[in-house]
Write a protein that binds this ligand. Structure first.
Ligand SMILES: Cc1cc2nc3c(=O)[nH]c(=O)nc-3n(C[C@H](O)[C@H](O)[C@H](O)COP(=O)(O)O)c2cc1C
Length: 327
């Protein structure tokens, strides 16, 4: 098993086939920068509202404000109206997106009820229109992130993916669960191989890959061209880089031992501090530090203290005390 490059839409070439997933509230600019520092190549933004982009919502626009520094970067948008999605894609392209990804897998009720996310797998015609419209309006490749289907009795991913390919999609990522599973049960990697057989564009497998061993088993079962890692990167932004390095047979880049981990964490906290205003920065830093501390000795006491500390510098000191104490 080895890492192999992915060609997306004839214009984007990615050397490493292990990708950082879109994770709402997690894969913001500071997290993506940190993952990149640890060897990730292609990263995805969190889900971004097409309406928010088109109607100039400042918070939404802020989410994609640093794209030129992040190449290659996929911006994931959600919505259900082809024209709005295409207008939003144009904004993303102008802001520096390398790829435009359409969310067709979000299972949350508030997204589904607008006809977006995984609801699009029940409305292949609308999904097709969205991909066609978006692909006709931007020069960068358009990709889709889907699930196996709505439910176990409706595993339509292969035919659906084929239809998206015909509409102009250049890569499909498959989260190997159904919408009704949400995030429960095991990801069914074998089902992804049916999607791979149905299309000729790259297929990326997603779900339950947290280590190089998982990645190898997943690539074998799914026959996919690459892997996307989500929850395995929470509190471990080095996971994507490490899996890539392991597949390539090179040394892992990051970071063995508490001292090295602390370096990564401090980089992450610095980036958070520089990116957000004070209040948001502290909230975000606390959230990530809680994940970083998982599984460590004294982590429960550490998490208690996290919420008693008010500023970024104090949070940095607190992190240093936890990781130095265990080094
Ligand atoms: C907290 C959280 C936020 C997520 N946000 C998004 C998102 O914004 N867009 C998306 O397509 N998927 C999102 N997902 C799904 C993941 O990208 C991924 O498909 C799923 O977690 C399975 O992969 P994993 O087992 O590697 O985490 C999210 C998942 C979690 C747990």
């Amino acid at each position: 098993m080895k890492t192999s490059p992915i060609e997306i839409g004839g214009s984007v070439f990615v050397k490493k086939n292990v990708i950082l997933a879109p994770l709402a509230g997690i894969t913001d600019f500071p997290f993506r920068e940190t993952a990149r520092m640890c060897g990730a190549e292609l990263t995805f933004t969190e889900i971004v509202s097409a309406n928010g982009l088109v109607f100039g919502n400042l918070k939404t626009l802020f989410m994609i404000s640093r794209l030129p520094e992040e190449q290659p970067i996929a911006v994931q948008i959600f919505g259900s109206q082809p024209e709005i999605m295409a207008d939003a894609a144009v904004v993303c392209q102008e802001m520096g997106a390398t790829l435009i990804d359409i969310n067709m897998g979000c299972p949350e009720k508030k997204v589904i009820k607008t006809g977006a996310g995984a609801a699009l797998m029940l409305q292949p015609e609308t999904a097709e229109k969205i991909v066609r419209e978006v692909a006709s309006r931007v020069c960068v490749p358009v990709t889709c992130k889907i699930r196996l289907g709505w439910s176990r009795s409706d595993l339509n991913a292969p035919a659906f993916a084929r239809r998206m390919e015909e509409a102009g999609a250049s890569m499909i990522t498959v989260h190997a669960r159904t919408r009704n599973q949400m995030f429960s049960g095991r990801a069914d990697w074998k089902e992804i191989s049916r999607v791979k057989e149905a299309v000729s564009i790259p297929v990326i497998a997603n779900g339950d890959v947290c280590s190089a061993a998982d990645a190898k088993r997943c690539l074998k079962a799914s026959k996919s061209d690459g892997i996307m890692v989500g929850r395995g990167a929470m509190g471990r932004p080095w996971t994507v880089g490490n899996i890539s390095a392991s597949l390539a047979g090179t040394r892992e880049i990051a970071p063995h031992g508490p001292a090295k981990k602390l370096e990564v964490i401090l980089f992450h906290l610095d980036t958070i501090e520089n990116f957000y205003d004070k209040q948001v920065a502290v909230k975000s830093a606390r959230k990530h530090l809680a994940w970083y501390s998982r599984g460590m000795r004294n982590s429960a006491a550490f998490r208690d203290r996290l919420f008693k500390v008010g500023g970024i510098n104090e949070l940095k000191n607190l992190a240093a005390s936890l990781f130095n104490a265990t080094s």
